[in-house]
Design a protein around this ligand. Structure first.
Ligand SMILES: NC(=O)C1=CN([C@@H]2O[C@H](COP(=O)(O)OP(=O)(O)OC[C@H]3O[C@@H](n4cnc5c(N)ncnc54)[C@H](OP(=O)(O)O)[C@@H]3O)[C@@H](O)[C@H]2O)C=CC1
Ligand SMILES: O=C(CO)COP(=O)(O)O
Length: 339
């Protein structure tokens, strides 16, 4: 039995925590909302984030980080990107008071605006500057709602340490969740972060009433710009983008009503304001944060990311969807394959 602290009591944190507890691990969920924690501990539900679903009864939720990290072997970050750095700093303070060197796993998908850093880079910087091999990322097509229903799911676990990736593979694997290891940690994280932006664009097209051809074109050209960013700005390996964290996650996020990013886009396409959507989603829309970081990268480096930049202008520069679609189709003719 492994003691695992899951940081983030939202939809994905609760489902992963419950899955790990189903395998006999001791799981403590760190959540900042006392009411949610109490519901998990007494009712074994988390109804705001996961409807009609029971949490494993052995999962214990707490707002006390020190208690959550007591004797822990694995820390799993499942927080929104914007909360990662501040919570990582707190984790470091707690770890400094012990001799523990737990493995740090991230399930968060995003790029931090300002620093333009990936989650593993933030966690390395804040927790393990001397031991980057202790960071592992899990990513791939895996909506919490589907995993909660035990839908057959395959994802990737990536680390610069083969041994640590294999350890995480063993800990998470069960009869409906299969993990593959990947040594391209950076590529896996770029893919997981940027597909959220493309999913917003896919939702916009759906909301505007466009059909299957538009969806296929968007996803294919979206993958081209994700790969271009990963290879040129993060030295990722191109093949990673053909894998579960790349095309796999792009497919599920651009086609599923479970995707918050896609739902955000759909409502934008239907004419709702971004402020209204954020107010009513009640959950994180990671693509809306990551697109800011992408915009910063595009400003600094000559990297062509037309779909992401269009999403940025719709969200943050009050550009209309119709204007951006016209602009997109009016761009000068290009050859298809280029990095
Ligand atoms: N949901 C999914 O299917 C999947 C999600 N992911 C990724 O996992 C990450 C988390 O997503 P998800 O669980 O869906 O998000 P949710 O919006 O469902 O939940 C986010 C949780 O984080 C908590 N939180 C926010 N800030 C802090 C903080 N400073 N300290 C402690 N807790 C905090 C929120 O608490 P509060 O209630 O107080 O707001 C909430 O419980 C994202 O990066 C997402 O892309 C990856 C794969 C699948
Ligand atoms: O990453 C996800 C599925 O793999 C979750 O996507 P959303 O955040 O868009 O719901």
């Amino acid at each position: 039995m492994t003691k695992i602290a899951v940081l983030g009591a939202g939809s994905w944190g609760t489902v992963l925590g419950s899955l790990l507890a189903d395998k006999g691990n001791e799981v403590i969920l760190y959540g900042n909302n006392a009411q949610v924690n109490q519901e998990i501990n007494t009712e074994h539900t988390n109804t705001h984030y996961m409807k009609d679903w029971q949490v494993n009864e052995t999962v214990w939720a707490t707002a006390n980080l020190k208690q959550a990290l007591n004797n822990v072997a694995i820390i799993l970050f499942v927080l929104p990107t914007q909360a990662i750095r501040s919570v990582a700093k707190e984790v470091k303070l707690v770890l400094n008071q012990s001799n523990l060197q737990p493995l740090v796993v991230t399930a968060t998908k995003g790029i931090e605006p300002g620093s333009k850093k990936l989650i593993s880079e933030i966690l390395t910087e804040e927790i393990y500057p001397e031991n980057p091999e202790k960071i592992v990322a899990i990513s791939g097509p895996s909506h919490a709602e589907s995993v909660a229903q035990k839908d057959l799911t395959a994802i990737t676990c990536a680390s610069i340490s083969k041994e640590n990736a294999q350890r995480v593979q063993t800990i998470f694997t069960n009869d409906y969740l299969r993990l593959y290891t990947n040594s391209d940690l950076i590529g896996v994280e770029v893919a997981g972060a940027v597909k959220n932006v493309i999913a917003i664009a896919a939702g916009i097209l759906a909301g505007k009433g466009y059909g299957d051809n538009a969806k296929a074109a968007l996803m294919t050209r979206g993958l081209a710009e994700i790969t271009r960013l990963g290879v040129n700005c993060y030295q990722a390996q191109p093949m990673t983008f053909s894998g579960l964290a790349g095309i796999g996650d792009l497919i599920v996020t651009c086609t599923s009503v479970n995707s918050r990013n896609w739902r955000c886009g759909k409502q934008l396409g239907e004419g709702k304001s971004f402020a209204y959507i954020v107010e009513n989603m009640g959950q994180v829309i990671e693509g809306a944060t990551t697109v800011k970081a992408i915009h910063e990268i595009c400003q600094e480096k000559a990297i062509d990311m037309p779909i992401s930049e269009a999403v940025y202008r719709v969200l943050y520069e009050k550009s209309s969807v119709a204007t951006e679609i016209t602009k997109m189709m009016d761009r000068k003719p290009k050859q298809e394959i280029r990095l």
